[in-house]
Design a protein around this ligand. Structure first.
Ligand code: PLP
Length: 382
């Protein structure tokens, strides 16, 4: 199946009892057994629920994996990956990460004896140079949130596996979605999503996903998911599955509108630097072109006037771009990373990589392009 078919049919079949074309919402915690231990594949819903199974099969299909897992949030999916490791193990991660990921690494898992090294993933040798005998996981995010940096998934996976094939490569694919890039096909072991964002696509749920292509890794992840219990509920699973059915259509428009907004901002006299991997001037444009089908709907930028007053005035005056946390929904959103999504990163760390108070991040939705540009124009001219 091609991708546009997989979003609709991948891992799906009509429900067996009634033929329902859409999976019913199995709002149940438990399942009847005819004799102790004898059931129809479902025992207790922390282990598995048919609505969640339908979604997890869809996750696996769209990411070219064999096993998918739906978690109660993106963070609980990341938490599960880190629980694969043992105290004393080391993780190499990119230096520009979603703020919550950085917080979990440095404030939660450091406490349990994991060590983290943050490197600029722009260069493959930065990653391989940081490997030592305790390295067990390389954590990639590409494009990054919020600076839109691009890491070469295939080159990094190959180089890391050349040094030690046991090191796991995990990719946070939230920004790109499998419509744009499929990390398992590029050599990664684990794909992670905040399904809250593009996969769900309608800003109506919080959910995480992991997808793998190795049976042993799948067993380990299922054990942690079952033992720790951070599962997605049946109603949310239904909504996410419904969202995925239009992922390809939404992403196409997100990419078109994202391109229009990036170009509009680049040419606007009041706008300074614009971060968008589709520009030839982006430092890793060639890698983006190679590994992504298009460049997505996320654009970050600074105004030329970098004062807090000017930045806040812009953010207070957009109408269609709602000032809010999150991204990836059908509606356009504007975000101020240093007070919102990335407030959990200490200021010195933020400044080191360029997340300053004048940075603005846009999640460009699927509204009419002309209306979006008009909204930005009027907010820039206030
Ligand atoms: C939002 C986000 C997360 C966290 O996911 P939640 O669903 O909010 O728990 C992780 N990574 C990226 C890139 C995100 O944007």
């Amino acid at each position: 199946m091609k991708f546009n078919t997989k979003t609709i049919h991948g891992g799906q079949k009509p429900e067996e009892a009634t033929g329902a074309v859409m999976p019913p919402i199995f709002q149940t915690s438990t399942f009847a057994q005819s004799s102790p231990g004898v059931h129809k594949g479902y025992g207790y819903a922390r282990g598995a629920n048919p609505t969640r199974t339908a979604l997890e099969n869809s996750f696996a299909a769209i990411e070219n994996g064999t096993h998918g897992f739906a978690f109660s949030s993106g963070m609980s999916a990341i938490d599960c990956v880190l629980r694969l490791l043992n105290p004393g193990d080391e993780v190499i991660a990119g230096d520009d990460l979603y703020g919550g990921t950085y917080r979990m690494f440095t404030q939660l898992f450091k406490k349990y004896g994991l060590e983290f090294t943050f490197v600029d993933m722009d260069s493959v040798t930065n990653v391989t140079d940081a490997i030592n005998e305790r390295t067990k996981l390389v954590w990639l995010e590409t494009p990054t949130n919020p600076l839109m940096k691009i890491a070469d998934i295939e080159a990094i996976s190959t180089a890391v596996k050349d040094v030690n094939s046991d090191i796991l490569i995990s990719v946070d694919n939230t920004f790109a979605t499998p419509y744009l890039q499929q990390p398992l096909t590029l050599g990664a072991d684990i794909v992670m999503h905040s399904a809250t964002k593009y996969l769900g696509g309608h800003s109506d749920l919080i959910m995480g996903a992991l997808i793998v292509k190795d049976a042993k890794l799948a067993d380990d992840i299922h054990f942690i998911q079952f033992a720790a219990g951070a599962i997605a509920g049946p109603m949310d699973s239904f909504l996410a599955l419904r969202g995925i059915k239009t992922l390809h259509l939404r992403m196409q428009r997100h990419c078109e509108n994202g391109k229009a907004v990036a170009n509009f901002l680049k040419n606007h006299p009041k706008v300074g630097l614009v971060y968008y991997p589709g520009f030839e001037s982006h430092p890793n444009h060639e890698i983006a072109k190679k590994q992504m089908k298009d460049f997505g709907g996320m654009v970050s930028f600074h105004l030329k006037d970098k004062s807090k007053e000017a930045t806040f005035k812009f953010l207070e005056n957009t109408h269609l771009f709602t000032l809010a946390e999150s991204l990836g929904g059908v509606e356009s959103l504007a975000n101020h990373p240093t007070t919102m999504s990335h407030a959990s990163i200490p200021e010195p760390e933020r400044l080191k990589i360029g997340i300053t108070d004048s940075l603005i991040r846009l999640s460009v939705g699927i509204e009419d392009e002309e209306d979006l540009l008009k909204d930005l124009e009027q907010a820039l001219n206030r």
